[in-house]
Design a binder for this molecule. Structure first.
Ligand code: ATP
Ligand code: MG
Length: 271
C-alpha cells in the first residue's frame, strides 16, 4: 500500500529539500516506485536538487487547478526509472494550492506509487499544514541547535492535531532526522548532544546525517547525494534512514570524529 511521508521542520534551511531528494532516491534505489512532491510553491528548490529544473513544463499547481493532468506534470528521473518528481510552481503564490485539490492529487498519486514524499515549506503556516495534511508518517528534520529543536517541537504539535490522521483519532508516526551533525563541534560542546535532542522531542531517531561538503557538491550537480556519491558518509546515512523507513531494524551509530595519531597528539598539545 502507498505510504505518504511529509518531510517537515518548522525552521527553514535545516535540510528538508536535501533529505526529501536523498530519501526519495534511496527508496527508489530499492526498486520501490517513489515520487517526491514539492509543496514549496513560489520558492521551488526540489527540481534543482533533483537536476530537473529545465524539464519542468507543468507543475503541482497546474494539476491542482485542472490545467494539466498528473502524468503531464510528473517528471521521471533520468538516472532511476523508479523515481519521479512533481515540481512546484515558481510563479504562483502559495495560496494556489487548495486543500481539496491537494487531496485529489495525493489520492491519485497513491494509486501509482509505493512512496509519496512531500517536501514541506518552512514555517508553521498554511503551506506546512497542507504538506502534512495527508501524511501517514512524518520525518521531522532537525539540526542540533536550540532554535531548530524548538521549531520541531511546534511542528510535532501540529502533526498531532492538524493532520487528517490526527482528526480521525489515529496516531501519526513521527521520526527524527538529525541533519548537519558535526562530530567535531559536538565533541567541543558547541552543539546540542544527540541525547539532549531526543529527550526534548521524544520521537524515535530515523538517522543522523553528518555535515558534509558531499551534500553541497551533489546539490551543485543536481543530484540527490545518494545518487551523486553513494559511498559518501551522508549517502550511507540516508540509505540507512531509508531502510528504517521501510521498516528494517538498523541500529543508529552516532558519527564520531575519527582522529589519527597526528590528530590526537595535536589535540593534546592544543589542550
Ligand atoms: N548534511 C549537510 N551537510 C552540509 N550542508 C547541508 C547538509 N544538509 C543540507 N545542507 C545545505 O543546507 C542548505 C539548506 O538545505 P535545504 O535546502 O535542504 O534546507 P530546507 O530545510 O529545505 O530549506 P527551506 O526551509 O528554505 O526549504 C543547502 O545549502 C544544503 O545544501
Ligand atoms: Mg526546502
Amino acid at each position: 500500500m502507498a505510504k505518504v511521508i511529509v518531510v517537515t521542520s518548522g525552521k527553514g534551511g535545516v535540510g528538508k529539500t536535501t533529505s526529501t531528494a536523498a530519501l526519495g532516491a534511496a527508496l527508489a534505489q530499492r526498486n520501490e516506485k517513489t515520487v517526491v512532491v514539492d509543496f514549496d510553491v513560489g520558492l521551488r528548490n526540489l527540481d534543482l536538487v533533483m537536476g530537473a529544473e529545465r524539464r519542468v513544463v507543468y507543475d503541482f499547481v497546474n494539476v491542482v487547478q485542472g490545467d494539466a493532468k498528473l502524468p503531464q506534470a510528473l517528471i521521471r528521473d533520468k538516472r532511476l526509472e523508479t523515481l519521479f518528481l512533481l515540481p512546484a510552481s515558481q510563479t504562483r503564490d502559495k495560496d494556489s494550492l487548495t486543500p481539496e485539490g491537494v487531496e485529489r492529487v495525493i489520492n491519485e498519486l497513491k494509486r501509482h506509487f509505493d512512496w509519496i514524499i512531500c517536501d514541506s515549506p518552512a514555517g508553521i503556516e498554511r503551506g506546512a499544514t497542507l504538506a502534512m495534511r495527508h501524511a501517514d508518517m512524518a520525518v521531522v528534520v532537525t539540526n542540533p541547535e536550540v532554535s531548530s529543536v524548538r521549531d520541531s517541537d511546534r511542528i510535532i504539535g501540529l502533526l498531532d492535531s492538524k493532520t487528517a490522521k490526527a482528526e480521525r483519532g489515529e496516531r501519526m508516526e513521527k521520526h527524527l532526522l538529525l541533519t548537519r551533525y558535526d562530530a567535531k563541534r559536538a565533541e567541543r560542546g558547541d552543539m546540542l548532544k544527540v541525547d539532549d535532542v531526543l529527550e526534548i522531542l521524544s520521537i524515535p531517531l530515523l538517522g543522523i546525517i553528518p555535515e558534509s561538503m558531499d551534500v553541497l557538491r551533489a546539490s551543485n550537480i543536481g543530484a540527490p547525494v545518494t545518487l551523486a556519491d553513494s559511498n559518501s558518509a551522508p549517502a550511507s546515512a540516508y540509505f540507512e534512514a531509508a531502510r528504517r523507513l521501510a521498516g528494517e531494524v538498523v541500529p543508529v551509530a552516532i558519527p564520531s570524529e575519527k582522529r589519527g595519531l597526528f590528530g590526537k597528539i595535536f589535540g593534546r598539545r592544543a589542550a
